[in-house]
Design a protein around this ligand. Sequence first.
Ligand code: MLC
Length: 525
Amino acid sequence: MKNDNLYALLEAHFPRDVGAPCLRTADGLVYSWRDLQYGSARMAGWLRSLQLTPDADGAPPRVAVQVEKSPEALMLYLATLRAGLVFVPLNTAYQRAELEHFLRDAAPAVFVCAPEREEELRPLAQAAGVAHVATLGEARNGSLLAAAAPFPDTFDTVPRAASDLAAILYTSGTTGRSKGAMLSHGNLAANALVLDEFWGFKEEREAGGHDVLLHALPLFHVHGLFVASHAALLAGAQMIFLRKFDAREVIKWLPQATVFMGVPTYYTRLLAEPGFDRHVCRNMRLFISGSAPLLPETHKAFYRRTGHVILERYGMSETVMLVSNPYFGIAVRDRIAGTVGVPLPGVSVRVVKEDGTPCAVGEIGQVEVKGPSVFSGYWRMPEKTAEDFTPDGYFKTGDVGHFGGPGRPDNYLTLVGRAKDLIISGGYNVYPKEIEGYIDQMEGVAESAVIGLPHPDFGEAVAAVVVGKPGAELQEAQIIARLKQTIANYKVPKRVFVVDELPRNAMGKVQKNVLRERYAKTFAA
Ligand code: MLC
């Protein structure tokens, strides 16, 4: 019987010589493909020994993970797949209040956290009904590895159907509460296979080349966990696994790499380093950018400095990758700055007006998508899911854009904005409503408006405009300090402006556009 478990697909592509290096770390550790197989088998054995059972509604047990990046963290992801369980990765920046929501909502059977946070988080997990808590540190420390050690280094990957749930990815919510996007083994496999061809991994492999992916992204979001890791695992390509992005560290390792993926902030930070030049990039075949808009200036400056044309692509947690500039066709005229490229094979993308009728080429409208990598819905939110899909099965992305336009082929998509009130800071999504909720609860605050402002490093940065209650003396530093104790640091406003009132239109709605204009130069370079 064919096993549609994603791990089975990835493993089938491992190189014949499983003793060959698969992962290298900055500390000089080398893991072979066999290490990955053995390590994930032992962890899968441990997970199986917990004898977890599906929920009453048939939902398979979830494994929630909030750990720093390490080869063992990648093994834990693969082990979860192998055991037929559902992986729920969580940003390491999330604090108690955020984690409490995720643990209650996803109701995992297992929670793996950093050893340093166990004391704080174990009671939180237990209160949320989590049965098993283990720890995994970035230096192979913590209770998970000890628990997994006695288990065999082989494990028969549990059979899964393509439609079975593989992962739940939490995305910030417009209403303040994060929603879990449900991705199946089939969603992830379909996307990995398409990208293998579209980005030239397959051709490179078949021509006898040896791709090396320099992996600097975090491992808890779509970009680093699925797009980057799956690409390398499926290609049988080695990964240089950096704990986090650091421009100088990346420059040090780039000469040994052929492919790099990052958010625009990575590219602007690389360009800010005088040592970043053609020589450093001499073995590279591909730089990919995504998760946030890449400024055409960055695209051009990168080409001038390195001779490489960054390939910009577009996707999201709910859909994995949708649209990409071409790989085959490396000229500037093929990878067009400011566009996200053409729909990937098998993906249907349409741009529609408010009433759902199609826009003409060049006309701006809502972007809707359908395809094998598009998720089946939000975890235990049937109403929200129904709202976000059209009757004919397209997902409403919330992004606004157009096909074609002056000087651009008709099949190239350009994104111009977002229908949903979303800020993207350094590649992380932040919903103003969530932050406003926290500020409005503070003593002395009457109301607040959270906005995104242009920022030279993060693309956009979060800022808040706050009105105090009569007699209250609000202070910027205090508000920021309070928020830092409560929410992930990338969501905390970098500036807070205390004002007497918020500008409103005739309907009484806060005019955020007026605020964005008023404070536009706050972070000017
Ligand atoms: C860190 N900070 C941020 C931030 N990251 N603030 C705003 N936006 C961010 N993205 C905070 C820090 O906590 C610190 O706060 C201050 O800003 C400066 O920190 P830093 O040292 O400069 O930050 P650094 O650790 O270097 O992190 C920046 C970064 C990181 C850009 C390297 O944010 C990053 O790796 N981003 C990638 C995000 C990503 O993987 N996105 C993919 C999502 S998937 P303080 O207060 O302590 O000074 C997706 C789908 C798709 O979107 O299509 O890909």
